[in-house]
Structure formats: C-alpha cells, structure tokens
Design a binder for this molecule. Sequence first.
Ligand code: GLU
Length: 476
Amino acid sequence: MDRKKIDRDGTDAPSRNGNPPGGAADPEGPANRESSPSATVTRFAPSPTGHLHVGNLRTALMNFLIARKAGGTFILRFDDTDPERSKPEFIDSIRADLEWLGLIWDREERQSLRLDRYSSAKETLIAEERLYEAFETPTELDLKRKKQLNMGHPPVYDRAALKLTEDEKDALRTERGGHWRFKLDRARVEWTDGIVGDVSIDAASVSDPVLIRGDGQVLYTLASVVDDIEMGVTHVVRGSDHVTNTATQIQIIRALGGEAPRFAHHSLLTGAGGEALSKRLGGLSLRDLRDGGAEPAAILSLMARLGTSEPVELRPGLDELAAEFDVGKFGTAPVKFDEADLEPLTARLLRSLDAEDVAADLSAAGVPGDIASGFWDAVRDNIGTRADIAEWWNILSDPVPAVEESDQEFVRTALDMLPDPPWTGNSWDDWTAELKSKTGRKGKNLFRPLRLALTGRERGPEMAKWLPLMLGKPKL
Ligand code: GLU
C-alpha cells in the first residue's frame, strides 16, 4: 500500500518537522506486544443510538478479526455516556445482530457503569493541570469562531478561561456552570496508522477538546481513552472520521500515563452511487439486509475484502477470514457498498449447503422430512435466498401450470403419455425421448412447454430431479 505522509492539521500543508516515517505514538510498545499475540485486545465501541449498519459492522469485523487471528480478546463496549440518545433496545439489537453474524465478543463493557473511572481520570488530569474549567456558552463560542475566521485565523479555542481568576470562576460557576477542557500540548502528534500510514497533526491547530460537559456528562473522547488504557486495548480500528480525535486522544493517554494502542483508520463507506451512507442508513441496517435474505457469511466475506485490492471471495467461516486478514491491505479511498453484491455471494453460500444445514428452513417451509434431501438437491441451484425454499415448495406442492395457447395440444398429449406416479430419476428422460419421437419436437420447443406445465416457471430446477418429487400430474 502506498503509505503517503499525510497532514491532518486542516491546512493540507506538508508535515513541517520532517520526521522519518515510523514516528509512532509508541514505537516500543506495539512492537513488544506483537511478540506475545495473545495479549492482543481490540474493541468494537458502538454508541447504542441506532441499529447496527454496514458502516459500523465493518469496524466491528476488522476489530474482531484482528483479535481472532492473534488469539486475543475482542471487547464489545457500549459507548453509552449520553443518557438521552442511548437506548437499551439498541444495546439488545446490536448484540443480537453481532450474534447473528457470529461476531461473538469475549467481554462486554458499558461506559455508563464506569463513571467513577472517568471521575478519577478527571481528578488526575486536574492535578496535572491538563484539565481546566471553561464557561463560554455555545453562542459565545460561535461568536469567537466567527471573529477568528473574519480575521483569517483558524477557529481554535483561545483559552480565555485560563486567564480567569478564582473569583471570576466562582461567579461564572454560579451563573451558568462550567465545562472541562483538556489542555493540549501545542506540538505535533505523530503516529503510524495501520491503514493511513504516517500521520502528523499539529495540535496547535485543534481546539482544546471538551471532555466533560456543563451538565457533568463525560464525553466520548475521555471515556474512550480511559477504557482503552484500563482494558489494555492494543489495537483500535475505527472510521477515518476519528483521525483528528486520535491526535488529542494520544495526548490524553500520555497525560494519564497510558500507552497508545496501534491505530488504524479505515475509509468510510458510501452508497452504491457514491452518496454518503448516512443518507441511506435506513436500508443498510443489518436487520434490513437480513430481512432481504443476505446470509451472514456473504456479508462478512464482502466486508472483509471491500476496500482492499483483493477480490471478494466467499469464506464460510470467520476463522478463514481471520487467517487472511491484514488491516494494512485496506486503502484510504471511500468505498462503495452495493447490497446487490451480496446476492451472488448469498446464492453461492446457500448452494454449498447440505440438506441438513437447511433442515430448519425446509421444515418451516413444510417440506416433508422423507423428501427433504431430494427436494434440496433439486432446488439448491435455484435458490437466491432462504425464502426461495418456501417458494419452490409451494410450486411443487401446488403447481399452477402456465401453458401457452399454441402449446395446449402438445402439453395435453404429453401429459396423457406420462405414466402415473411414482416417478423415478429416469422418468423425465424416458418421457421426453418418447415425446420427441412421437411429436418431432426437440430442444426448447420440447422442454419449455413441459417445464411451464409442471412448474409454471420459465426457469428452475433440473426437471429429471423435479418430476420424481411431484405428487401427481398437474391439472390443466
Ligand atoms: N462510539 C464511537 C463511535 O461509534 C467509538 C469510536 C472509537 O472506536 O473510538 O464512533
């Protein structure tokens, strides 16, 4: 992969300090951790504010596969410090969707149960003079930003709060309450990103992040860092919308005495037409894909390769995906997700299954146990999704013949010549051979009207397998 040096300070200027590549946040740590792979800890950290969708599923899968490949630990961590937007039903639905996909976590955490940990981190940062109380209202901040922009300055918070006296702070605290900002060290932060390559961000171009809101709510930037340190997270894979956060988080990690994990920021998914995924999330939740018949292995196989230069290949199990997984193979360009790509993968997966693997679907469709295996053998190549099993069973158990006017007579003759059931594996060939010699019809002329008469469909299972499954001759 082309690991070009990128600069993320918002100016797109080349890196100014000219450090060689590899100036990672923690050059020693990750290398040491690599040598004992079982120490690998990853986490998927969704905010339970909606259902799982293809965008965050990709993040989940990458983190899962890194842990699985290394024999490490995969944590499911709910970032639920926002009590208004976090909903228990989304916790349940995210869990259920991950389970459906087989992305089973080794440990579950909830930020809302760890507020004491964040309070203690707050005290540490205050003691180190890295956290300060500020009192500007959103309107005041907005005004400041506008003024700075008008004067051609970057809209970075001016740290006016640092100049307040204790008396002024007391007065403001009573009047409006304060929030807490992390005092960034105004230096470049550098790390080697597992996907993006060498990143260098000038922290002087970033506002001191608010870590605790006026109402006391701990924000993600702090909570996430405290958790990553305390849970021993070694690898963080997340969307490229978090790159700037990473610079500030690396500074907070260090201020708390922690070791920065390895970061990898994957590009964001767009819809098939290149549109922002957020506009289409309605149709791209895991639930929608599942309701549309997509198979877990199809979704996972697509997601494990989408955005790499390698072809998508169907892998029935997560172990196969894990064995081949390398986060460095992902590119930085936005990736188009087209759910239509799931259809051939799903069909291929279903085709590869044995009757026992789909026993529950066969029985739910009403297929009697004694013919389940023969039925599956006949229809498996014509199945797009599991829902098609019931459809073919309906056709078999209650055929609705479709016979064109010009074929009426031929079909009537044909059905007269067809011996009574039971039919065997040879019945179709015997019957059509006899018809051919009697009527002179051959090829499509011979077979198409018969298929339409027996199934009502232009296309479908091999008729030599289908006929023996039929209960009787169709009624014209
Ligand atoms: N809750 C954050 C999100 O969903 C997690 C980001 C991270 O992985 O650090 O964007």
